[in-house]
Design a binder for this molecule. Structure first.
Ligand code: AN7
Length: 407
């Protein structure tokens, strides 16, 4: 069943509805009597669908998959010292088929859409949702329509949407304005919405928590960037389900990170408000999370409350610095929104929210290639050689500096 988180109304999973009659967000219910064990999963390949029993799609649904999930959990080494913590793992969601965590939600939501006989799917996006939806729609033979703010979609993401054959509707304003269009269009039933208001997206995205716990047990903290707040809600849903099913016996704390110019949930957290105060003109270089009116805020506030979680904001400078740290000390390229989570970890450690010995997982939501303009804006030394000999000489000079160093 699907249940409204506001009024408790219940709907059949075969209904196309993604919002309650009362306007509330919907949630897919997992039956408590679902029989599972870690050993059941262990025998299957390390991908999202290894958790099939925990994703309550009807059994006759044909799964539309691109082999998503099973992303690397990489231990941070050289950067730990800078971050002031010893046990940090990075869950590299950039390794998903279209380069972001969105693929987890799409495999589930596109599968049900196809099953329900939907022909056209739509989403508003800051880029990654549209890149992912377009690829999965192509796989399923559905028509993708994407609604985007005119400016601020990173080049890698829009290239993917074009490549996979989206029809694009540009609107004035920000992501939040594009999402309003999707809400209106959903109410009118003109296309099937695949933003994270769609509860099936959450069902896919929660699996990142399953994977983390299966690999290293329950960490003390899970830190992730927050935009529309779907993912933090999904991670918490996954964790609480594991505990209900007896697969874990404790829960981590959650830390959500927003960019300072787009931080409505951080403001609510700091001021102890029940609801976020929405922002009309969000600003940050981390375009993925340039969101002023996070639609999943009720789910996110619940996750924060229940997990004794925190929200923290980081400046664009801190984001860029964190991106460089990961790229140059760890060899991991993430997009700015994901780097925000690393910047958030540093800040939370400095503020003594996090202890240096605690076990921490940072979810790096998207790949550096998503935003090539931003990735190539980091400082680097460039040499213009005038001949082959000149080039060889330059190489010799550079390497002599490093060859003679002791470390
Ligand atoms: C890399 O693509 O909202 O808090 O339209 O692309 O679940 O919104 C992207 C969000 C974090 C925030 N990291 O996740 C979209 C979109 C990356 C992202 C987020 C996004 P939510």
């Amino acid at each position: 069943m699907i249940k409204c988180i506001l009024c408790g109304s219940k709907f059949d999973v075969y209904e196309r509805r993604v919002l309650c009659k009362c306007g509330g967000l919907l949630e897919v219910e997992l039956q408590c009597n679902t029989r599972v064990s870690w050993s059941l999963f262990k025998n299957r390949s390390f991908r999202l669908w290894r958790y099939r029993e925990l994703i309550p799609l009807p059994s006759d649904v044909n799964i539309v998959s691109l082999c998503e999930g099973g992303t690397p959990l990489i231990r941070l080494t050289s950067s730990s010292e800078v971050l002031g913590v010893k046990n940090v793992f990075l869950k590299f969601e950039g390794a998903n088929p279209t380069g972001s965590f969105k693929d987890r939600g799409m495999t589930v939501a596109i599968s049900i859409a196809k099953h329900l006989g939907v022909k056209t799917v739509m989403c508003a996006s800051t880029g990654n949702t549209s890149a992912s939806m377009t690829a999965y729609a192509a796989r399923a033979g559905l028509k993708p329509i994407i609604i985007l703010p005119k400016r601020g979609i990173a080049k890698g993401k829009i290239s993917q949407a074009i490549l996979h054959g989206a029809e694009i509707v540009f609107v004035r304003g920000y992501f939040d304005d594009a999402l309003r269009v999707v809400m209106e269009a959903s109410l009118k039933g003109v296309a099937y919405p695949l933003n994270s208001i769609n509860p099936w997206r959450i069902e896919g995205q929660k699996t990142v928590a399953y994977e983390i716990v299966e690999e290293i047990g329950v960490p003390d903290w899970i830190i992730l960037p927050v935009g529309n707040a779907g993912n933090i809600s999904a991670v918490w849903k996954g964790l609480t389900e594991l505990r209900r099913l007896g697969l874990i016996d404790r829960l981590p704390r959650l830390a959500g990170v927003q960019a300072s110019g787009a931080a409505p949930l951080v403001q609510a957290f700091k001021r102890g408000l029940e609801k976020p105060v929405f922002i009309d003109d969000p600003k940050t270089i981390a375009s993925a999370i340039r969101i002023g009116k996070p639609v999943n805020w009720p789910r996110a506030m619940k996750a924060l409350r229940e997990s004794r979680g925190v929200m923290v904001d980081v400046s664009d400078e801190e984001i860029i610095e964190a991106q460089r740290l990961l790229a140059r000390r760890e060899g991991i390229g993430v997009e700015p929104a994901s780097a925000a989570a690393i910047a958030g970890l540093k800040k939370l450690r400095e503020a003594h929210y996090i202890d240096k010995d605690e076990l921490i997982v940072v979810i790096a939501t998207g790949h550096a290639l998503k935003d090539p303009d931003q990735a190539s804006s980091h400082p680097i030394r460039v040499h213009n050689a005038t001949s082959i000999n000149d080039a060889v000489e330059i190489i010799g000079k550079i390497s002599s500096i490093y060859e003679s160093s002791k470390t």
